[in-house]
Write a protein that binds this ligand. Structure first.
Ligand code: AMP
Length: 625
């Protein structure tokens, strides 16, 4: 997934490369007339009129969504009909109806044998006619390994195009921030992996950070030197990125990261290190524990003693309340850019506290499989964000999913029996699982995200991100989704707020070590204004357990009353436990930029990390009414 789509430099840098390439190569791009013409006009218009060209492109795409989707599928099929995979289902045919009838809906596991064969040296055309040029490592895992999503030149070009015009809604609201100053964006690359065939596999963000255009323009557009992004120790990298962000604070016009959790991690790190950072700024010397030579070299080019700046930062950080700290430290920041929807929505309250009044902007919805959609209203509240899916990115289909509000919806026993709906035929209010067919060898591939149609922009639907599918707690037949859990936690944590405590992190798992099994929630709690969470009355925590149970769904409550599920438990963990969890996953190969805390802990080691930091255990005293 791109590091930061709208208003971030990977995209803004690509705009220039794509701009030039596309004008130069426009003849050679085998694209439909409409899109190609618009592409060229977008580049021209964006060069002269800022966001106008991009907005025009969005109008064109959303108005002609149906036609563009059909063209998209037609092209994918005509190019790839001869691949071993599609031949097996379509025997060389390319009609949409046959595709819908014969090509199965699959998961990564179904395509993995083909992907592995390509990674091991077989020719790409077993899956995709165009050569596979590498792989994106998705944060989703398959058998404990990140998924490898094939990438081709065409796929790249599509991503670049979207990132080009995709910044226009942001530019409309925040102006051209490239001209205004720099981004203090926390970015972390992971080492690339080489497959036996010599192809490179890396996270999308790492791939972008490796592009020469990104590297060339980095010093002008960002506060973080490249060495800090590629630092093998994420803590040293983070320290230096905060340091350089503070040193250049007068130039910073945007603060952010890919996901909200990383921004918060940055703020927490700052809470623990601001005195040391100020000392470094004052003396112009980098702390000794930063041993990475790249970071030290970068620092030697930027740092010089600046006691006035250090004193200013110190006085801001010394203030008892850190409410609005981002705004106070980076006074020219126009917005905080990070994804705040889906699994990240649990962080918005805390982030809003730190950024007081600055807009929190979730600019796009993307995954390694495809760059899916844009938020056309960047100023809307995080809870109202909708993404408009772009019909020229991939061929999208939608698998209807039961929605709490839709009593009449009938689930078929398996996906094969459920008819997939085309992009333009989805219904407002209905939830769907996203299924993509891409130019890089994914055919009717379930991404695993559940989206709800919130409305339409021209003829293109807009979606709210609902949840990752199958993130469930289940002791017996009941199924508790991420959304169910989020709602229950939201109800329960409301008991803490008036007492001066904030729930900063949570996750869950099902403990079946004793019968019946029960839900366990790990909570990290922080006291406001110097309070320590030890001061929290245990009775309140017990009440939180009850409140959670009361807020869970009907089936849970029935099972709980029948003692099929035992009492819900909250384990309070000490400060920093969730950082330790993140460190663990990062040490196992997850990219820090793309890290998403699991809503449900499945690994023994991860469980041990949290369990070893428990400072209090509380149980619901009786089943809910
Ligand atoms: P990755 O493949 O590692 O890039 O992760 C992609 C996944 O991140 C998606 O399938 C979603 O589950 C999640 N994601 C990406 N963008 C958003 C967004 N705007 N809101 C919520 N979740 C998102």
């Amino acid at each position: 997934m791109p590091a930061d789509m709208c208003g971030s430099s990977p995209m803004n840098l690509i705009i220039f490369s794509v701009g030039r390439d596309s004008i130069a190569n426009s003849q050679s791009i085998p694209k439909k007339k409409t899109e190609n013409a618009v592409w060229i006009s977008v580049i021209g218009l964006m060069a002269t009129n800022g966001c106008e060209g991009g907005l025009k492109m969005i109008e064109e795409l959303t108005t002609n969504a149906e036609q563009i989707q059909d063209q998209e599928l037609g092209e994918i099929l005509s190019r790839n009909a001869g691949t071993e995979y599609l031949r097996g289902f379509l025997h060389g045919q390319t009609e949409k109806q046959l595709f819908k009838k014969h090509v199965p809906i699959v998961t990564y596991e179904d395509l993995k044998p083909y992907i592995d064969r390509i990674a091991n040296g077989e020719t790409s055309d077993i899956l995709v006619a165009e050569p596979v040029t590498g792989f994106y490592l998705s944060s989703g895992t398959s058998g404990g390994q990140p998924k490898m999503i094939p990438v081709s030149a065409e796929y790249h070009k599509k991503g670049a195009l979207v990132r080009t015009f995709g910044q226009s809604p942001m530019m409309r609201h925040f102006g051209d921030i490239n001209q205004a100053g720099k981004r203090m964006e926390l970015m972390f690359a992971r080492p690339e992996i080489e497959t036996p065939s010599g192809l490179k596999a890396a996270s999308v963000s790492t791939r972008i950070y490796n592009e020469s255009k990104f590297r060339t323009n980095l010093p002008k557009l960002y506060t973080s030197p490249i060495e800090t992004i590629f630092c093998p120790d994420p803590n040293q990298g983070l320290y230096c990125q905060l340091l350089f962000g503070l040193i250049q604070r007068d130039e910073v016009v945007m603060v952010g990261s890919l996901f909200a959790s990383t921004v918060l991690r940055g703020i927490k790190f700052l809470e623990n290190h601001w005195q040391e950072l100020c000392y470094d700024i004052k003396t112009g010397r980098l702390s000794d524990w930063i041993t990475d030579s790249g970071c030290r070299n970068a620092a030697s080019l930027i740092m010089k003693p600046n006691p006035e700046q250090a004193d200013l930062i110190e006085s801001i950080c010394n203030y008892k309340s850190w409410e609005g700290i981002i705004r106070k430290l980076w006074t020219k920041a126009r917005y905080i850019g990070c994804i705040c929807t889906g699994a990240m929505r649990q962080y918005t309250t805390e982030l809003e506290f730190y950024c007081r009044g600055l807009p929190l902007v979730s600019a796009f919805y993307a995954c390694s499989e495809a760059f899916c959609g844009l938020n056309l209203e960047p100023l809307c509240k995080p809870c109202d964000v909708s993404y408009t899916l772009l019909p020229n990115v991939a061929y999208f289909e939608f698998l209807p999913v039961k929605n709490e509000r839709d009593e009449s919806f009938e689930m078929k026993s398996n996906d094969e029996d459920t008819e997939l709906v085309d992009l333009v035929n989805v219904k407002a209010g209905q939830c769907y699982e996203l299924v993509v067919t891409t130019c890089a060898g994914l055919y009717r591939y379930k991404v695993g995200d559940v989206l709800m149609v919130s409305g339409f922009y021209n003829n293109a639907p807009q979606f709210q991100f609902v949840e990752r599918k199958n993130v469930l707690l289940s002791v017996d037949q009941e199924k508790t989704s991420e959304t169910d859990l989020f709602k229950a936690v939201t109800e329960a944590k409301a008991l803490l707020d008036p007492l001066g405590f904030i729930l900063t992190e949570y996750t869950s798992y099902v403990d079946t070590s004793s019968a019946p099994g029960h839900y366990v929630l790990f909570w990290e709690i922080k006291g406001k204004e110097g309070k320590h969470c030890k001061e929290l009355d245990p009775k309140i925590m017990v009440e939180c357990c009850s409140r959670m149970e009361e807020s869970l769904h009907y089936t849970y409550k029935i099972y709980r009353k029948r003692n099929i599920i035992a009492a819900l438990e909250i384990r309070v963990v000490k400060q920093g436990s969730f950082e330790a969890l993140m460190d663990y996953f990062v040490s196992k190969g997850t990219s820090l930029s793309q890290y998403k805390k699991p809503s449900c802990i499945k690994s023994e080691e991860a469980l041990k990390i949290l369990d070893s930091r428990v400072i209090g255990k509380y149980f619901s005293p009786k089943p809910p009414l």
